[in-house]
Design a protein around this ligand. Structure first.
Ligand code: SF4
Length: 343
């Protein structure tokens, strides 16, 4: 693995067997994630974007070993400089690495234990990993919780309160402080603002960005909302039916999408300026097909306005267009999709 790379995922596949009938015989499989490859550098932010059911959450859970992968590898550089495959590491060897990989959850209402004070919630990882983190006493824990609360923009007195005393945005700040307490190298944030009021979404995203940069945390942001990622991601990977359709630096993706699905997602972003609205040309219609019975050829072809005969039979490769840019579409050279780009 190249120096500076924190996570290198290669051909990650997760298919769930489906059983049916009185004898529960295998009757197919749900192809949730198929052949996904990407890398994440230390301190970098990569967003995985796609509609619900595109496989991004399954991908994250498989990475963190909530599910066992069907195939593939995920090389992770530990804080000690060792490179390990997260997907095949024994549970015994994985356990001490858990601290270095943390999640920020979607719903700040249900992810905090209502019977614990903020001190106990944020202090829990400090208690569990105290020796590793060099925090041995109750007093040291209290001081660290105080520092963390200040870092996420809350007053130290909040430590004495219970979660119900806080707004949604404040609870998400508490959740982020708990994540930071473990001093992670990798954070997976699953729809971290979708349960929040629009007015506080930007504040939480900016906080995540600031902390990621300050502590050089590699961040995987999973979201269905492209607008969320524009200002907080270095790179974006667009997923559809368990496969990556396009990866690009965030700004490039917004100004010059290379895949019709990306263009359709951009087109779906509400825009107040009617001149920009009228320029849109690609509409996303219909539902995402079932991953149990994915379409032949290009998985996007039933919804793609540009589909040709070849698209119905032949799966396009994820092609490298320029360094850092990949597109999975037979027609990427011919299509001009800039009409859907946002200004
Ligand atoms: Fe559309 Fe064909 Fe490209 Fe798939 S390969 S996105 S169907 S044009």
């Amino acid at each position: 693995m190249r120096p500076g790379i924190l996570l290198d995922v290669r051909n990650l596949t997760k298919h769930f067997p489906v059983r049916a009938g009185p004898f529960q015989r295998p009757s197919g499989k749900v192809q949730a994630v198929t052949g996904v490859s990407f890398h994440l550098s230390e301190g970098e932010s990569l967003s995985l974007v796609g509609e619900s059911g595109c496989g991004k959450t399954t991908l994250a859970r498989t990475l963190l070993r909530g599910y066992e992968a069907t195939a593939g590898s995920a090389w992770f550089r530990t804080g000690e400089g060792e490179v390990v495959d997260l997907l095949t590491l024994s549970r015994r060897r994985l356990k001490p690495l858990r601290r270095q990989m943390q999640m920020v959850f979607q719903d700040p209402y249900s992810s905090l234990n209502p019977r614990m004070t903020v001190q106990q919630i944020i202090g829990e990882p400090l208690r569990i990993h105290g020796e590793e983190l060099g925090i041995a006493t109750r007093e040291a824990r209290r001081e660290r919780v105080r520092e963390l609360l200040l870092q996420v923009g809350l007053r130290p007195e909040a430590a004495r309160c219970y979660p119900h005393a806080f707004s949604g945005g404040e609870r998400q700040r508490i959740g982020i402080a708990r994540t930071l307490a473990a001093r992670p190298r990798l954070v997976v944030a699953d729809e971290p603002v979708s349960a929040l009021d629009v007015s506080v979404q930007a504040q939480i995203l900016n906080l995540l960005l600031e902390l990621q940069q300050r502590h050089r945390i590699g961040t995987l942001l999973l979201t269905h909302n492209l607008m969320v990622v524009r200002h907080v991601s270095d790179r974006v990977a667009v997923m559809y039916l368990g496969r990556i359709m396009e990866t690009a630096p965030a700004e490039t993706l917004f100004t010059s999408p290379g895949h019709p699905y990306t263009a359709a997602l951009l087109d779906a972003i509400p825009r107040p300026d009617p001149r920009v609205r009228n320029r849109s040309r690609i509409k996303l219609s219909g539902e995402v097909p079932s991953p149990r019975n994915p379409p032949s050829g290009c998985p996007f072809h039933p919804r793609c306005v540009h589909a040709r005969d070849r698209c119905r039979t032949e799966l396009p490769e994820l092609e490298h267009i320029v360094p850092g840019r990949q597109v999975r579409c037979h027609l990427w050279r011919e299509l001009d999709l800039k009409g859907a780009a946002t200004d």
